[in-house]
Design a protein around this ligand. Structure first.
Ligand SMILES: Nc1ncnc2c1ncn2[C@@H]1O[C@H](COP(=O)(O)OP(=O)(O)OP(=O)(O)O)[C@@H](O)[C@H]1O
Length: 246
């Protein structure tokens, strides 16, 4: 059993949108390595904004982000990706001209055998034979593109993988497979997983749950203590969870 250490530290982080409204407000956070951490909370609470700030897609107005103790606040998304941060968008990105194989090989950093591609796509409930030569264009359905994007993050085997609402737009069977994949990664301690989700099934497999509301951490703690309070009536209005289906 490995002892976990701090992989990400966030100090006094704030971020404002162009009209001046503060979306992330003086937020402090510490994430331990090898854990599955779920981030939940009401719509508009700042979850995606926080993920973008961590991935380097947005620059904070103030505060610091440290990865393994090193200040990465000034680094852009490419530099942070090189250091081991991978981000799967809420809305998948399409890349005209690139095939699914190209994209997964780019993510993995080298050639992949058909068997490896099959294993990766199988983790998100896709059959490789039908997909590896498909172009990442509009001919893919929203759910297919979303699952391929998730597979690219899995292919990266990053130190810190961030998934923004992986449940959004994918069918129940693929979602079940994905939840199993997250559990496998957690069991094998393959990096740290930060998963933004409204799904009780994701929250139920988390080591830690963060509830974000109004740009601040409302609650953070082990699943065993946070989830019961999220499921009771007192918190239902603050953070309605999706219990069935996707
Ligand atoms: N680029 C932007 N321009 C203007 N407003 C923005 C921008 N990005 C985020 N916001 C606003 O900031 C707030 C937080 O948005 P964010 O997407 O981070 O919330 P969220 O917690 O991820 O919500 P959801 O659960 O609906 O995905 C929202 O009110 C949103 O409208």
């Amino acid at each position: 059993m490995s002892t976990s250490s701090e992989i990400l530290k966030i100090e006094h982080l704030s971020w404002s949108i162009p009209d001046g409204a503060e979306v992330i407000r003086d937020l402090d956070l510490s994430l331990q390595s090898g854990k599955l951490i779920a981030v939940t909370g009401p719509n508009g609470g700042g979850k995606t904004s926080l993920a973008k700030l961590i991935a380097g897609l947005a620059q904070p107005s103030s505060g610091r982000i440290l990865l393994n103790g090193a200040d990465i606040t000034a680094l852009d998304i490419t530099q942070r990706a090189r250091l081991g941060i991978a981000f799967a968008f809420q809305q998948p990105v399409r890349f005209k001209g690139l095939t699914v194989r190209d994209l997964l090989e780019l993510a993995a950093g080298g050639r992949l055998t058909d068997g490896e591609l099959c294993a990766l796509l199988g983790k998100v409930g896709l059959c490789a034979n039908e997909y590896i030569h498909r172009e990442m264009n509009a001919s893919l359905s929203g759910g297919e593109a979303k699952r391929i994007e998730i597979a690219t993050v899995l292919a990266r085997s990053a130190q810190l993988s961030i998934f923004d609402e992986p449940e959004a737009g994918i069918d129940l069977w693929s979602f079940t497979r994905l939840v199993e994949t997250f559990q496998e990664l957690r069991r094998n301690q393959r990096g740290t997983l930060l998963i933004i989700s409204h799904q009780e099934r994701i929250l139920s497999i988390a080591d830690e749950i963060i509830v974000l509301a109004d740009g601040k951490v409302r609650t953070m703690g082990p699943r065993e203590t946070v989830l019961p309070s999220l499921l009771n009536d007192e918190h239902a209005a603050l953070c309605p969870l999706e219990k069935e289906g996707v």
